[in-house]
Design a protein around this ligand. Structure first.
Ligand code: ADP
Ligand code: ZN
Length: 807
């Protein structure tokens, strides 16, 4: 009987993504990649074997053309996880498995082989011995070994690897590297980038590869991009000029365990901490999966509890995963874990090179590291025997992937805990409303840390009413009370941080005489003006053009609008002429933020002014005043998380003041000082915020009371898109009245244009389905998506679905 393999096909779009049967060679195993003929033309494509069985087929089957991996790259656990993600996130198997496995697996990389043990001690064939001897002088590249010993060399090496004689590594030179690395990311969504590249009429397969790699891996070092895709630095720099890519410099992150040569002190927890620790430890060892919400103000000792839990679980043969929102903001976490656990920890984060990430992956898979500490994607790390997964600052949006499949690390962590009967801990001072709700309903367990370890007082908060300032004739961005507090600090030699609650530095050009505002020719948005290169750019499709000198409509002179940090900086300079001010925003990224922050601390620069990035994680002794310039900015936007996010952000910013021994103050400037969210944040009162917010969510049927699926359809002709969308909405609604759906309280809303309706000449309309995120509803939506894609009249339209997106 032949061996038949179920194969997931890389090229299969969502509508026809299912396992296909192929005759496979006898040594085929699940998790290996293969080349297979696919479709009517039998073009060769890539696939992955999901399972194999012996059977006489009842119809003629195509045969696998080639096995691509000597050993499976995916384990059964990873295949199972990908299949789960596929139905959970409406993506293909390949989209999921690409997300799960390290990016380096999908690209050519230099692999080296090296000796583990001394070859004399073991029983070897002549050929094996020959190969081993060639490794005696040092690691050798796979390619060179193949050249010398033939193609079968890798099979032999893999066999010996299993016996623990040799091992493969990705990178062997650990020489001192550049201090500064250039990180590249897509400036626009992948399809816009691809279209833009194609639009230039040139076939540039390497550049195309680089774009795809960026979409998959997120921000990547320029070194890696060139190395893995063969694209040239010059080509990447050109893509940056055209607005397809963005580049930024970052100092290389170094965690040196030799910085802390002393063994760190034993931790003794206080009573409150011990209770929480005992409770979570017992839960983690109970053999049953579950979730604990750990609510504790910053400084209450959460990190130390994580360390104690990890120590104890490791001792009992379990492994631990700690996830953080962004590694650059949690240097202390890294330093502490490395100090306590040394080589037991595998760090996985975006500042690592792909090859380094791959090496970490292999260390974990081989069982050499028992703790994984990392950002979002670390949740896929191949850890065995997981006892505990921690999501610290679980409310942060960075836990959700911005590229499809848009998974949330919390969901994946929950899935893994269920598979492994492990405990998930969601830590936060300001948890998401859903988490707080489940904890109060008894669906999660609740653990609370009420006190700061050092008993320090929370900062004193002053609300500044900006309407009053306007009435008094102050049209600037700095209120009188903030200006006074700033001068106090300057006199005392203490430092202040001012925070502008908005992304980047968006500014438009406008003609004051005729009202003309330059717009993107391909998208329904205004262009953003960048002072650095005097160009106007579109952040949706990458369109960029030189800023005109005069208004093209009436010839008048153009002005900038939009309050950016630069403008506030000017205002501050007028208020405090001789005082040094440090500005940190999207325009200053080139200079390296860590360096700027160090300067701020060491030189005791009086004022730091910045966007989002100054809000989090910073911890400076001498900062005693924090100012929030426009607290309302994120409050009145149309998203069910607007209040939650504003509360969390304000709490975090306010918490920046008074870290050291002096008492801190915070000034929150707002146009709506009577707003409940702002008041609760000023009082640092989560419970009050939660009580009000949960009532609102219930009235509006927002999560956790129902889930929101957003189905988006896009295409080149607006009418076509709108009609197809309306048709889909009608048939979904009709079905929702039929059993078994009629009892599920489904609401099918829309179609409505997306917030930015046109991107890159494609119009986007959406349908919102409100209901419970359960299999029955997901299956219904998936069936409608597939049916939609199969219809002839929908040719040229694309469809995708997200659930409860963070943004
Ligand atoms: P969180 O993670 O909740 O913000 P940390 O664990 O970072 O809190 O603790 C805040 C500070 O208090 C740290 O400097 C930490 O060393 C100190 N601290 C907390 N608990 C203890 C303890 N039991 N013994 C000694 N120091 C502690
Ligand atoms: Zn555009």
């Amino acid at each position: 009987m032949p061996l038949i393999a179920k194969v997931a096909v890389a090229a299969a779009p969502y509508a026809i993504d299912k396992p296909y049967d192929y005759i496979a060679p006898d040594d085929a195993r699940p998790g290996q990649r293969v080349l297979i003929p696919f479709g009517r033309g039998n073009r060769t494509g890539e696939g992955m074997i999901l399972s194999v069985r012996r059977e006489t087929p009842d119809k003629p089957l195509k045969a696998v053309r080639q096995l691509l991996d000597a050993d499976p790259v995916a384990t059964d656990r990873e295949i199972k996880m990908a299949l789960w993600m596929r139905q959970r996130y409406f993506c293909t198997f390949y989209d999921a498995i690409r997300t799960i496995l390290p990016t380096a697996i999908w690209y050519k990389y230099q692999e080296f082989w090296q000796l583990v043990s001394s070859p004399q001690e073991v029983d070897l064939s002549d050929r094996e011995r020959e190969i081993l001897e060639s490794l005696q002088p040092g690691p050798q590249k796979t390619e060179e070994l193949k050249e010398r010993f033939g193609e079968t060399a890798t099979t032999i090496l893999w066999r010996m690897a299993k016996r623990g004689i040799v091992t493969s590594v990705t990178q062997t030179d650990r020489k001192i590297r550049d201090k500064v690395i250039t990180l590249v990311s897509l400036a626009v969504p992948l399809d816009s980038a691809v279209e833009k590249l194609r639009g230039r009429g040139r076939n540039a397969p390497r550049q195309m590869d680089a774009l795809k790699m960026l979409a998959q891996a997120g921000e990547t070092s320029i070194h890696d991009l060139c190395y893995f895709t063969g694209v040239s630095r010059r080509a990447l720099e050109n893509l940056e000029k055209q607005g397809i890519l963005t580049m930024r410099q970052q100092e290389e992150y170094r965690i040196n365990s030799s910085d802390n040569p002393e063994k760190p002190a034993d931790i003794s927890l206080n009573d409150e901490q011990s209770q929480v620790y005992e409770m979570i430890l017992e839960q983690a060892l109970s053999g049953k999966a579950g979730v604990t919400a750990l609510e504790g103000v910053t400084g209450s000792g959460k990190t130390l509890i994580y360390i104690r839990l990890a120590q104890e679980l490791l001792r009992l043969g379990k492994t631990v995963m700690i996830l953080v929102p962004e590694i650059a903001l949690t240097p202390q976490m890294m330093a502490r874990f490395t100090a306590y656990f040394g080589n037991e920890v595998a760090l996985i984060h975006s500042a690592l090179r792909l090859s380094e990430r791959y090496d970490q992956y292999k260390r974990i898979r081989r069982g050499e590291a028992h703790i994984v500490l990392g950002t979002r994607s670390a949740v896929f790390a191949p850890l065995d025997h997981i006892g505990l997964i921690v999501l610290d600052e679980e409310q942060e949006a960075s836990y959700e992937s911005e590229n499809a499949p848009c998974y949330h690390a919390r969901d994946i962590a929950k899935y893994r805990c269920v598979q492994e009967n492990a405990r998930l801990v969601l830590g936060s001072a300001t948890p998401t409303v859903e988490t707080a709700y489940y904890a109060r309903q008894g669906i999660y367990q609740l653990a609370k840390l009420r006190r700061r370890y050092n008993e320090k007082n929370l900062p004193q908060v002053i609300l500044a009413d900006m309407r009053l300032e306007l009435r008094r004739g102050n049209t600037g961005c700095v209120s009188r009370v903030l200006a006074e507090e700033l001068s106090k600090n300057i006199r005392r030699g203490e430092q202040s941080i001012l925070f502008l609650n908005r992304r980047g530095n968006s500014r438009q050009l406008i003609c004051p005489s005729c009202g003309y505002v330059p717009q993107c020719p391909r998208c329904s948005v205004y262009l953003t003006y960048h002072s650095a290169n005097r160009r106007m750019m579109c952040h949706y499709c990458g369109f960029s053009t030189k800023a005109p000198e005069v208004c093209p409509d009436c010839g008048g002179s153009l002005k900038h609008v939009g309050v950016g940090t630069q403008k506030i900086e000017e205002e501050l300079r007028q208020l405090f002429p001789d005082i040094e001010i440090l500005r940190m925003d999207a325009d200053t990224v080139g200079e390296g933020h860590e360096k700027l922050l160090r300067e701020f601390e060491e030189k005791r620069i009086p004022i730091l002014l910045g966007t989002q990035m100054v809000a989090k994680g910073l911890d400076f002794e001498n900062v005693t005043l924090v100012g929030v310039l426009a607290a309302d900015q994120s409050l009145y936007i149309d998203h069910f998380r607007a209040s939650e996010r504003t509360f969390s952000l304000l709490t975090q910013v306010v918490g920046r003041a008074g870290r050291g021994n002096k008492v801190g103050r915070a000034v929150i400037q707002t146009l709506t000082p009577e707003n409940d969210v702002i008041q609760a944040a000023a009082d640092q009162d989560y419970e009050r915020f939660y009580e009000r917010e949960i009532r609102m969510r219930k009235i509006r049927r927002d999560p956790p009371f129902a889930d929101q699926f957003v189905i988006t359809v896009s295409g080149r002709e607006e009418l076509h898109v709108r009609q197809a969308c309306a048709q889909l909405q009608r048939s979904l609604r009709d079905t929702s009245f039929l059993p078994p759906y009629d009892t599920m309280e489904l609401e099918i809303l829309g179609p409505a244009p997306a917030p930015v309706v046109k991107v890159n000449d494609r119009y986007r309309y959406r349908i919102t389905v409100i209901g419970r995120n359960e299999k029955i509803l997901r299956d219904l939506i998936a069936a409608f998506m597939k049916e939609f894609s199969g219809r002839r009249e929908n040719k040229g339209l694309t469809i995708y679905t997200d659930c409860n997106r963070m943004e």
